[in-house]
Design a protein around this ligand. Structure first.
Ligand code: FAD
Length: 384
C-alpha cells in the first residue's frame, strides 16, 4: 500500500472533508478519504440539518447558495435525504418584524428570492404555531433540509458508486503526516502508510492528534450546543427549517445587513436565554419527531475538556419553555437530549498551509451543513 500514489488524501469524513473529496473526484482526481471513527459521528451528524444560506453573510452566503445547487443535483441522482421545504424566520415582536423587513430589502437588492408572510399567512400554513407568538415571517422557499443522521453515510455510498477513483476507509485515524519532496506520506493507526500528491485535513474539532502545536495557537474555539428530540409528533406538521425571534437577533445576515439589529432593545424575557447563547430552531424529521435547540458554551481548543459531557437540565428547561411559547411542545415529549460540538474561528474558517502539499481546513463553525459544499469547491479549485 505504501507505494500507491493518490492525487489527494482527505483526512476527516464529516461534511467538509467529504465535499473536498467530492470536488476533487469531479476533477477526475484519485482520492483516498480517511475517517477515524467506524462511521462519522462528529458535528455533521449532531446538527439540525438546516441548509440556510439566508442566515449567512459575505462569501459564506454565496457558498451556501452554491450548496443548494450541489445538494439538489446529488439528490436528483440518489436519495441523500435532502428535502426542499424552505426556511421560515418567525418574528415575534415589532423589533424583529423591522429587522426581517430590512433583510428583505437587502435580499431584494441582491436578487435572492424570498417572501414576506403576514401572521395570517403563516398561521394558515402552520396552524400548530401559537398565534400570540407569531407576528410575521421572512420565507426562503428554495432552501433545503437534510436528515443529519443519514446524509453523510448516504453521500459516501453515492460517491463510491459514482466515482471509481474514490477510496474511503472508516476506522483509520491519521496519526502522522510528512512532506517528502513533492509527495506527502500519511500514517494511520492501522499501521498503514499512504502516499499522495496533496493532503487536506478537515479534522472538525479533534485538535489532539495532528499538528497539536499549531492548533494550540490557532485562535480556534469549540462550541458545545445542547439539543433535544421529541417523540414523533404526528399531530404537528412543520416541514422546513423553522427559525425564530432569537435567531433573527443572532444570525450573521441580520447582523451584517439590518441596521436595526444593532439598535433594538433586548426584551427582559430574552436576557437569561441569551446568557446561555440560546436561540430556538425546529426541524421536523421524516418520522415526525422534532429536533429542538440550541444553546452555546465556548472553550478554546486547549480547554475543550472544560466544556464537559453533561447536559445541563436548567438549559434544557429554558429552551423547552421558550419552544413552548412557539409550539405546543413540553418536556414529557422529549426522548433524547445530546451535546453537539463544532469548532469555529473569528475569520469564519481556519486555513493553514503547512507547506505546498499539506493543507488544513477546519473551524467552519455553525454554518458547515450549508456552506461546506460551496467552500470546498473553492478550496479544490484553488489547490488544483
Ligand atoms: C448542534 C449543532 C447544530 C448545527 N446545526 C447546523 C445547521 O442546521 N446548519 C448548518 O449549516 N450547520 C449546522 N451546524 C454546523 C455543522 O454541523 C458543522 O459546521 C459541520 O458539520 C462541520 O463539519 P466538519 O466536517 O468540519 O466536522 P465534523 O463533522 O466534526 O467532521 C470531522 C471528521 O474528522 C474526523 N477526524 C478528525 N481527526 C481525524 C484524524 N486524525 N484521522 C481521521 N479522521 C479524523 C472526525 O472523526 C470527524 O468525523 C451545527 C452543528 C452542531 C454541533
Amino acid at each position: 500500500m505504501a507505494d500507491k500514489k493518490y492525487d489527494l488524501i482527505v483526512v476527516g469524513a464529516g461534511i467538509l472533508g467529504t465535499f473536498q473529496a467530492y470536488h476533487a473526484l469531479k476533477k477526475g482526481l484519485h482520492v483516498l478519504h480517511l475517517e477515524k471513527d467506524i462511521y462519522p459521528v462528529g458535528s455533521t451528524v449532531q446538527n439540525f440539518g438546516q441548509v440556510v444560506p439566508s442566515g449567512m453573510a459575505d462569501r459564506w452566503f454565496d457558498y451556501g447558495v452554491r450548496g443548494l445547487d450541489l445538494y439538489s443535483s446529488i439528490q436528483s441522482k440518489c436519495d441523500i435525504s435532502i428535502r426542499n421545504n424552505g426556511s421560515y424566520y418567525i418574528a415575534s415582536d415589532a423589533d424583529e418584524l423591522k429587522i426581517i423587513h430590512e433583510l428583505s430589502d437587502h435580499y431584494t437588492t441582491k436578487g435572492y428570492a424570498h417572501a414576506m408572510y403576514s401572521k395570517k399567512q403563516l398561521l394558515d400554513k402552520f396552524p400548530d404555531l401559537k398565534a400570540e407568538y407569531v407576528q410575521g415571517a421572512i420565507v426562503f422557499e428554495q432552501e433545503l433540509s437534510a436528515e443529519p443522521d443519514k446524509l453523510i453515510t448516504r453521500l459516501h455510498s453515492f460517491m463510491k458508486q459514482e466515482f471509481k477513483n474514490y477510496e474511503l476507509h472508516y476506522d483509520h485515524s491519521v496519526i502522522d503526516c510528512e512532506s517528502t519532496g513533492d509527495t506527502v506520506k500519511v500514517r494511520t493507526n492501522q499501521g498503514t502508510d499512504f502516499i499522495s500528491a496533496k493532503l487536506i485535513i478537515c479534522n472538525g474539532y479533534d485538535f489532539k492528534t495532528l499538528y497539536k502545536k499549531d492548533f494550540e495557537n490557532s485562535g480556534l474555539k469549540i462550541s458545545k450546543l445542547q439539543m433535544m428530540r421529541t417523540v414523533p409528533l404526528q399531530n404537528i406538521k412543520l416541514p422546513g427549517n423553522i427559525l425564530t425571534g432569537l435567531t433573527i437577533r443572532r444570525y450573521e445576515s441580520f447582523e451584517a445587513y439590518c441596521p436595526s439589529f444593532h439598535t433594538v432593545e433586548v426584551p427582559e424575557h430574552y436576557r437569561e436565554l441569551r446568557e446561555h447563547g440560546i436561540h430556538i430552531l425546529f426541524k421536523q424529521a421524516i418520522d415526525g419527531s422534532i429536533i429542538v435547540g440550541d444553546s452555546h458554551e465556548y472553550a478554546d481548543v486547549n480547554n475543550f475538556a472544560d466544556l464537559g459531557y453533561a447536559i445541563k437540565e436548567n438549559i434544557n428547561t429554558l429552551m423547552i419553555n421558550e419552544a413552548n411559547r412557539i409550539l405546543p411542545i413540553d418536556a414529557s415529549q422529549i426522548t433524547t437530549s445530546w451535546a453537539g460540538f463544532y469548532s469555529q474561528h473569528s475569520d469564519h474558517i481556519f486555513e493553514l498551509d503547512k507547506d505546498s502539499n499539506i493543507h488544513i481546513r477546519t473551524g467552519i463553525g455553525g454554518k458547515g451543513m450549508t456552506a461546506s459544499a460551496g467552500y470546498a469547491e473553492y478550496c479544490i479549485d484553488s489547490l488544483f
